[in-house]
Design a protein around this ligand. Structure first.
Ligand SMILES: *Cc1c(COP(=O)(O)O)cnc(C)c1O
Length: 410
């Protein structure tokens, strides 16, 4: 989104026009930004045998998946349904990594039948996989390196209390199962959490995984998961990809030499690729002055963008209908009947009823976490592609709320 002559635009299109054309609330994604983020990752890890597996759960719209596939990415999926969406968007099953947690073995079997690369994060599943497929199907192992990392408790996954991965301390047990079942382990994986700033965290994970790798002679790739931090505010620091690329790159090259074979280096960025591409446009319905503040009530709520209420996430909010004049302090709230705040104490150009507000960083974990709570309809999604705003998901209707309900005679 750019501000020129007091007008906010995406690829030259005015945000207020997009809101007018498609109505609000609406998620708007800038395809150029998505392509640019993928390019940044490619540049950061230049010269390495890198494969990017976009973490689909951040944003699963089919058109977005197609766009990301066109940038040369594979996919990381956490459910069989995400895998089906990926295949529908044109990804080859072999380009899709299946990283589930707490699923029944039947779902793993389904994924094997689809031809996905399986990532196993549980000793019991590893054993079942070995019993069923032996050496006929290879699989990756998700290790828990027990590193505390990530922006907050809900999104850090590698620490001691985490349910994710198989502990590196269980290596002897893993080895016994792999040997007994004659299994082929073709990848090792760590994903320590989201919003990791410090390249050192990746490097510590790398050291642990490189050491573990010596136990597995059939490796084809090492997957460092994700956690790349993006900017939520103008002055936010983000993961320094150049520094990370350099440090991790040289560590990886040294490891490959020792291992005796050139392996692929995988990453699974979700947020990094789509977060900043997305703007959630809402309309100011009401203004309410209380003894404490001025509330701006908008035509949406935490049912459409839950990150501020769920994670305390900060999303910048701008008034795209009024880009000059006095700045005032507002609290921006939604219409859900419980505490429902998008932003506290925000200085914004004066908000009038009917103004369009843009909530930033709405590409990742925005629509994909939206629900129908309060029987509200989920918003439309629009992608700005090659200078044109295209509808990529219709706004829901009352029929969508009723679709699967079964009314019984009473
Ligand atoms: C959620 C997740 C990701 C993506 O994390 P981001 O912070 O969005 O980049 C990658 N890998 C796995 C296994 C995940 O669960």
């Amino acid at each position: 989104m750019e501000l020129n002559n007091n007008v906010y635009t995406i690829q030259g299109l005015k945000l207020t026009d997009i809101a007018e054309q498609f109505g609000t609330p609406v998620y708007v994604y800038d395809a150029d930004k998505i392509a640019g983020q993928v390019q940044k990752l490619k540049d950061g890890f230049k010269g390495l045998n890198v494969k990017l597996k976009y973490a689909a759960k951040a944003l699963t719209n089919l058109s977005i998946l197609k766009l990301i596939r066109k940038q040369g990415c594979g996919l990381d999926v956490v459910s069989i349904q995400e895998a089906h969406l990926g295949i529908r968007a044109g990804f080859k099953p072999s380009e899709i990594l299946f990283t589930p947690n707490s699923v029944a073995f039947s779902e793993i079997r389904e994924a094997v039948e689809l031809g996905l690369q399986i990532n196993i994060d549980n000793i019991s599943i590893l054993e079942q996989f070995g019993n069923e497929y032996g050496g006929t199907k290879s699989c990756c192992i998700r290790l828990n390196p027990h590193i505390m990392a990530g922006g907050n408790n809900k999104i850090s996954t590698g620490h001691i209390d985490s349910k994710f991965g198989i502990s590196v301390y269980q290596m002897r047990h893993i080895e016994r199962i792999v040997k007994a079942c004659n299994m082929r382990i073709n990848g090792l994986h760590v994903h320590t959490g989201s919003d990791i700033l410090d390249p050192e965290v990746f490097l510590r994970g790398a050291e642990i995984i490189f050491e573990s790798a010596t136990h597995f002679p059939d490796l084809e790739f090492i997957d460092f998961g994700s956690g790349f931090k993006v900017a939520y505010k103008d002055d936010d620091i983000t993961t320094d990809l150049q520094e990370l690329g350099k440090k991790l790159g040289s560590a990886f090259k040294a490891f490959c030499k020792e291992y005796g074979r050139k392996l692929e280096l995988w990453f699974e960025p979700g947020k990094f690729i789509v977060s900043e591409s997305g703007y959630f446009l809402v309309r100011a319905n009401t203004l309410k002055t209380t003894p404490a503040t001025v509330f701006v009530g908008v035509d949406s709520g935490q049912n459409h963008l839950i990150r501020p209420m769920m994670y305390g996430a900060h999303h910048e909010i701008v008034n795209v209908s009024n880009t000059s004049g006095t700045k005032r302090v507002y609290t921006i709230v939604g219409y859900i009947c419980e505490t429902d705040t998008f932003g506290w104490d925000r200085q914004m150009h004066e908000v009038r009823e009917g103004d369009i507000l843009a909530i930033k960083n709405a590409g990742a974990y925005g629509f994909s976490m939206a629900s129908n709570y309060n029987s509200r309809l989920r918003p439309a999604e629009v992608m700005v592609y090659k200078g044109e705003a295209k509808l990529i998901r219709q706004r829901e209707t009352l029929d969508d709320l009723l679709r699967n309900q079964v009314e019984i005679e009473l």
